[in-house]
Design a protein around this ligand. Sequence first.
Ligand SMILES: NC(=O)C1=CN([C@@H]2O[C@H](COP(=O)(O)OP(=O)(O)OC[C@H]3O[C@@H](n4cnc5c(N)ncnc54)[C@H](OP(=O)(O)O)[C@@H]3O)[C@@H](O)[C@H]2O)C=CC1
Ligand SMILES: Nc1nc(=O)c2c([nH]1)NC[C@@H]1CN(c3ccc(C(=O)N[C@@H](CCC(=O)O)C(=O)O)cc3)C=[N+]21
Length: 285
Amino acid sequence: MTEILDGAAVAKLTNVQTAERVAQLDKPVTLAVIYDPKNDGSRLYVGMKSKKASALGIQTRDIPTDANATTQSIISLVEQLNADDTISGILVQSPLAKGVKEREVFSAVAPHKDADGLGATVQGMLFGDAPSDYTVAATPQGVMSLLKHYDIELTGKKALVIGRSQLFGRPMFALLTNADATVTLAHRYTSSETLKSYLKMADIVVVGVGIPEFIQGTDLKQGVTVIDVGMNYVDGKAVGDVDFQSVQGIADFITPVPGGVGPMTIATLLENTVTLAENYSVKNS
Ligand SMILES: NC(=O)C1=CN([C@@H]2O[C@H](COP(=O)(O)OP(=O)(O)OC[C@H]3O[C@@H](n4cnc5c(N)ncnc54)[C@H](OP(=O)(O)O)[C@@H]3O)[C@@H](O)[C@H]2O)C=CC1
Ligand SMILES: Nc1nc(=O)c2c([nH]1)NC[C@@H]1CN(c3ccc(C(=O)N[C@@H](CCC(=O)O)C(=O)O)cc3)C=[N+]21
């Protein structure tokens, strides 16, 4: 029987705790979100994040980049927010406008305000499994929280991550490695034969490539855990990278789209933001 990993339900539990932590603080928690207003997906997600944030008592300052924004002009904006004491966390929504160097912008965010864990410093700590408190990219961290909530065993397990973006795949690889799984990271240059053989061996598959129903049940091993990070819109409906129906009876666990990784991403981003606010108020008390 295939059990649903209910991201929406687990996100709710996280959000209740986050709201309580926000209420404990003696100063407002504010998340600044820089985004490209021309990108429909960004406007959608920024709206979703802001709505959830205010429900938890977190203020947001949503900052659309202007039409002729450059890498440098956005970095200057980030530097102002780094220096602004009223800002607890900063998120740079991907994708930014064509020609803007995202990685440079991500790394301009001060580590103590890096709510989405995309900057080089915090990603370096993640890859070094540095035992210090640093923020981790919301999507992969949300996946780990979901796996933990359902007690999915990771030690020594064969994990296959498909997609190697800075937002998802690379930090996902690091987190699963730090959790002692044996991890393969596949991407566009992984041949379909290689991918097929790894899919058949994997105990856990985490896929985020942006191709609707890219993975079929017949690709997978009986009893696999499937985490679908994909978020595609087919006829206006959110569809994942996994053909959900086809894995029924094959996978032991699967995340639904919608209602799986998405809500966990938002919950984790807001949890990261209140953690940054708590650390900041301790350091500056
Ligand atoms: N639910 C959530 O909270 C989130 C969902 N997403 C969703 O996850 C998906 C991926 O997002 P993101 O990581 O930003 O995407 P990117 O477009 O940045 O990366 C896509 C990755 O998939 C790889 N890829 C593309 N085609 C194939 C293929 N045929 N076989 C194997 N690998 C392939 C690419 O390889 P290469 O590196 O070689 O180009 C790349 O690494 C999207 O649908 C996005 O909407 C993203 C973030 C959060
Ligand atoms: N710096 C950065 N960080 C991100 O985390 C980031 C980003 N850039 N760029 C875009 C992607 C995409 N993303 C989603 C978040 C929530 C849902 C989500 O909650 N979706 C609902 C479905 C919504 C619907 O039904 O349309 C769900 O899955 O239940 C989806 C996608 C975060 N992203």
